[in-house]
Ligand binder design. Structure first.
Ligand code: ASP
Length: 318
């Protein structure tokens, strides 16, 4: 197995062969999930704690399901009502966690870098389930698997990522992953939603949807991340939909077999027309959710293997 990491904190440190290792394993889990095959032995005896300091629907449910399918004891810590709200620091949280001896810790946090910090303080494998606008590695991996299954490959594709790039950890992780796998990446959005210095990532930037979508294989839409905006980034949602919302007319500029993606949650009528999102001939949004479970199973399996070999036969860290 080629996966050397102790944690999954982001796409940035991953080598392309590590990405392929994860995708291959996830691909087989996706097929086995469809056939209802269980693998309760893989994480048997291990404890997985999910700590979500920020709301989540798909990601939390999918990590929980993935852990349970592999036989882990899964616990969700309700961080909305926790002692963090009472002023506990991240370091105190880490100490508390260490006393509980988890093996896998899944963390979502509103601040970029908070998950990395926690990973330095705990004695278990940490999976980043989204930190601020920094990274969301399992989302990029599930997007990659969805693309690979739909297009038959994950290289030399032309991929458009559209909308609120500036506030999106999904965009950041995808730009890194798809770039490492040698695809052509086009970013489309208003200048107010484009991060400065983005050209350094080897991407092409467009302000106009018709131009940017021309002949692309994949159209990835992003949600307007209003919770991370501290001012007026767009004139109005109506105007935004008119210029940047994906509808049938704009999609016509892409290749006739281009697929449409969205990480969810979707704002229908803001960044995407509901009819496009529901069009089973173009939209792979439901496949993305399905691949999410498989990718998280794969990620937890490889990290658990590395954890077990680091701990050795006695079960303690060297
Ligand atoms: N669910 C994704 C995330 O947590 C995308 C989004 O929220 O728009 O980043």
């Amino acid at each position: 197995m080629t996966f050397r990491q102790k944690h999954l904190l982001g796409i940035e440190p991953l080598h392309p062969t590590e990405i392929t290792t994860l995708l291959d394993l996830a691909d087989s889990y996706a097929d086995q999930n469809r056939r209802g095959i269980q693998h309760k032995d893989v994480l048997a005896g291990l404890t997985q704690i999910n700590m979500f300091f920020e709301n989540s629907t798909r990601t939390q449910a999918s990590f929980e399901l993935a852990g349970k399918r592999l036989g882990a004891d899964v616990m969700n810590m309700g961080m909305q009502a926790s002692s963090i709200k009472k002023g506990e620091t991240l370091i105190d949280t880490a100490l508390t966690l260490n006393a509980m001896h988890p093996d896998l810790l899944v963390v979502r946090h509103p601040h970029s870098g908070a998950v990395d910090l926690l990973a330095q303080k705990v004695n278990c494998a940490v999976l980043n389930a989204g930190d601020g606008r920094h990274e969301h590695p399992t989302q990029a991996l599930l997007d990659a698997l969805t693309i690979r299954r739909a297009k038959g490959r994950l290289h030399r594709l032309s991929i458009a990522i559209c909308g609120d790039i500036a506030h999106s950890r999904v965009a950041r992780s995808n730009i890194m992953l798809l770039g490492k796998m040698e695809n052509r990446i086009r970013l489309i959005g208003p200048p107010t939603l484009m991060p400065s210095g983005i050209g350094a990532f080897g991407v092409e930037v467009f302000e106009d949807m018709a131009e940017g979508l021309k002949d692309v294989d994949v159209v990835m839409m992003l949600r307007l991340q209003k919770e991370r905006m501290d001012g007026g980034f767009i004139p109005s949602e109506r105007e935004y939909f008119h210029r940047y919302g994906l509808d049938a007319a704009k999609l016509r500029h892409a290749k006739p077999d281009a697929i449409v993606m969205h990480p969810g949650p979707m704002n229908r009528g803001v960044e995407i027309d509901g009819n496009i999102a529901d069009d089973i001939n173009r939209s792979v949004i439901q496949e993305q959710v399905e691949m999410g479970v498989a990718v998280r199973m794969a990620a937890m399996e490889v990290l658990a293997q590395n954890l077990r070999s680091a701990r050795g036969p006695q079960g303690v860290m060297a």
